[in-house]
Write a protein that binds this ligand. Structure first.
Ligand code: GKR
Ligand code: MG
Length: 445
C-alpha cells in the first residue's frame, strides 16, 4: 500500500491533573488523576494525539507497541491495531462486574490511544473529521452530554492537598471542590453545572450512602429538574432484593437505572440484572457487565441490559461504533461511560458519539470536574448540554505541548502511589482501616 504519510515518531507521555474528592463505591478519588498520552508525528509534518487511562502498566504497554507503529502508513491503521491486539493472548479478565478498581486496567484497551492518534493523522491528511472515518460515517453534528453528579467528601478534613477553587468567580468551579453529601448540596451542584454547561439530563453516582438516602437525592433532583432524564449508578452495590425495592418506587423519577445490582449468590451480574429487569420493567444501562464482545453476547442473550455504555477506551473507537450499529439493529441503545480524563479523551468521546448509529443516549463525561486543565487549544466545549462536532479535520483539537509537559511534570512530582488509581487511599483518611466491599456503599461501614 502507498500514498499516505508514514509515522516517524511516537511519544508516550504519562500526565496528571487535579481532581475533587469524588465518592463512589470504590472509595474517594485521590487529589490527582493520571492518564497516558500518545503523540504521533508523520512525515507530512502532522501531529496526531490520543489519550487513555493512567498507570505504569499502560505506559509500559504503549511503549512496547512503538515498534508496531513507527514506520507504518497511517492509512493502514486497522492493520496496525490488529497487529497490536494479536500480540496479546485472549483476555481472561472477569471485567469490572464487581467494580474492583485494580481490575480496571484489564478492561482498558490502551491501543485506543494509538487508534485515536492514527485516526487524527488520517483525518488531517484527508481533511475529514475522525467521525467521518468510523463506521457509517458522521451521524450527527451535536452530541448530547449528561451532567455527571457526585457526592463529594470534605477535603478540608483530610490533609491530602486537594485543589481549592473557593476564590473562583465561576459558581461551578467553586462548587465542584466543595463537600456535597446531602440532597440539597447535590441539587446545588446540579444547578451550577446546568448554569455552566446547560445540561438537560443528569446522572448521580451512587454507592456512597444507604440506597434510601441516595433515592432522596434522586427525588430532589427530579423535583428541581422535572424535565430531565435522571439516572442513578450505584455500580452494583445493591442486592437484587434491595434494588427491586428501591427502584420499583422510583418509576416516575428514574428514566433508567445504571448497574443497580451485580453478581450475588453464585449468579453473574448479567443473570442478576436480567432478573431485575423482569421484576421492575425499568430500562437498565451498564458499563460493568458488558465491557467486551463476549460479555456483550451473554448480556444480550439474557436480556440483561437496554443501554450499553460502550466507552471507546474499553472497546476501541471503531469497536464502540460497531457496538452502536449492533445495538441499533437489535433495538437497543448505545451510550458512553467515562473515567476522569483530559480534553483529548473528550474529543475521542465526541467523535465516537458523532459516528454512533441510532438514537443514542446522552453520554457521560467526567471532564466538567477537570475543565480548565486543558491540554489542547481549540478543544471541544459543552454548551447547552451538547458538544458540537463540526468538520474540523482529525480529532478536532490542537495539542499544546507546554501544557502537556506541565501535566507530565506534575505526574513526575506526585508520589508514585498516585500513578495507578486507588480510591481506598483517600477513603482511609475518612474511615480508618476502610476496605473496599462491592456490596457496601463506601460511607456505610
Ligand atoms: O470515576 O469514580 C468514577 C466512576 O465511578 C467510575 O469509576 C465508573 O466506572 O463512571 C463510572 C461508571 O459509570 O460506572
Ligand atoms: Mg456506571
Amino acid at each position: 500500500m502507498s500514498g499516505s504519510p508514514i509515522v516517524k515518531k511516537m511519544d508516550v507521555i504519562p500526565v496528571a491533573g487535579y481532581d475533587s474528592m469524588l465518592m463512589t463505591l470504590s472509595g474517594a478519588h485521590a487529589p490527582y488523576f493520571t492518564r497516558n498520552l500518545v503523540i504521533l508525528e508523520d512525515n507530512a509534518g502532522n501531529i496526531g494525539v490520543g489519550e487513555v487511562h493512567g498507570g505504569e502498566s499502560i505506559t509500559d504497554a504503549l511503549n512496547e507497541y512503538k515498534e508496531l507503529v513507527i514506520g507504518r502508513e497511517i492509512a493502514n491503521h486497522r492493520k496496525i491495531i490488529n497487529d497490536i491486539q494479536s500480540t496479546r493472548g485472549k483476555s481472561n479478565s472477569e471485567g469490572i462486574q464487581r467494580l474492583d478498581i485494580s481490575k480496571l486496567k484489564d478492561v482498558v484497551r490502551c491501543e485506543t490511544a494509538i487508534e485515536a492518534a492514527l485516526l487524527d493523522l488520517l483525518g488531517k491528511f484527508l481533511n475529514l473529521p475522525v467521525c467521518a472515518l468510523l463506521g457509517d460515517g458522521k451521524q450527527r453534528d451535536e452530541v448530547e452530554v449528561l451532567g455527571y453528579l457526585f457526592y463529594i467528601g470534605d477535603k478540608d478534613k483530610v490533609d491530602l492537598g486537594y485543589i481549592d477553587e473557593s476564590d473562583s468567580k465561576d459558581p461551578w468551579f467553586r462548587i465542584r471542590r466543595k463537600v456535597a453529601l446531602t440532597p440539597e448540596a447535590v441539587v446545588e451542584q446540579a444547578y451550577a453545572a446546568k448554569e455552566h454547561y446547560g445540561f438537560r439530563n443528569f446522572k448521580l453516582k451512587g454507592g456512597v450512602l444507604e440506597g434510601e438516602k441516595e433515592m432522596e437525592t434522586v427525588r430532589a433532583l427530579k423535583e428541581n429538574f422535572p424535565d430531565a432524564r435522571i439516572n442513578i449508578d450505584p455500580n452494583g452495590a445493591w442486592s437484587l432484593e434491595e434494588a427491586i425495592k428501591l427502584c420499583s418506587e422510583m418509576k416516575d423519577v428514574l428514566t433508567y437505572v445504571e448497574d443497580p445490582c451485580g453478581p450475588e449468590a453464585g449468579f453473574s451480574g448479567r443473570e442478576i440484572l436480567s432478573e431485575f429487569k423482569v421484576a421492575t420493567g425499568l430500562p437498565v444501562a451498564t458499563n460493568m457487565i458488558a465491557t467486551d464482545w463476549r460479555q456483550f453476547h451473554h448480556s444480550v442473550v439474557l436480556k440483561a441490559v437496554d443501554i450499553v455504555l460502550a466507552d471507546p477506551h474499553f472497546w476501541g473507537m471503531s469497536g464502540s461504533v460497531r457496538a452502536s450499529q449492533v445495538l441499533n439493529d437489535w433495538g437497543m441503545t448505545w451510550g458512553c461511560h467515562s473515567n476522569n480524563h483530559f480534553d483529548i479523551s473528550l474529543a475521542i468521546f465526541a467523535q465516537t458519539a458523532a459516528a454512533a448509529k441510532g438514537n443514542i443516549t446522552a453520554i457521560d463525561t467526567h471532564w466538567i470536574w477537570q475543565d480548565g486543565q486543558n491540554l489542547c487549544s481549540e478543544g471541544f466545549e459543552i454548551k447547552n448540554g451538547k458538544i458540537i462536532v463540526d468538520d474540523r479535520p482529525g480529532l478536532g483539537v490542537t495539542i499544546d505541548m507546554d501544557k502537556v509537559m506541565e501535566a507530565n511534570a506534575l505526574y513526575n512530582k506526585i508520589d508514585r502511589c498516585y500513578h495507578d488509581r486507588d480510591d481506598a487511599m483517600a477513603m482511609q483518611y475518612i474511615i480508618k482501616g476502610w476496605k473496599f466491599d462491592n456490596k457496601k456503599p463506601c460511607l456505610v461501614r
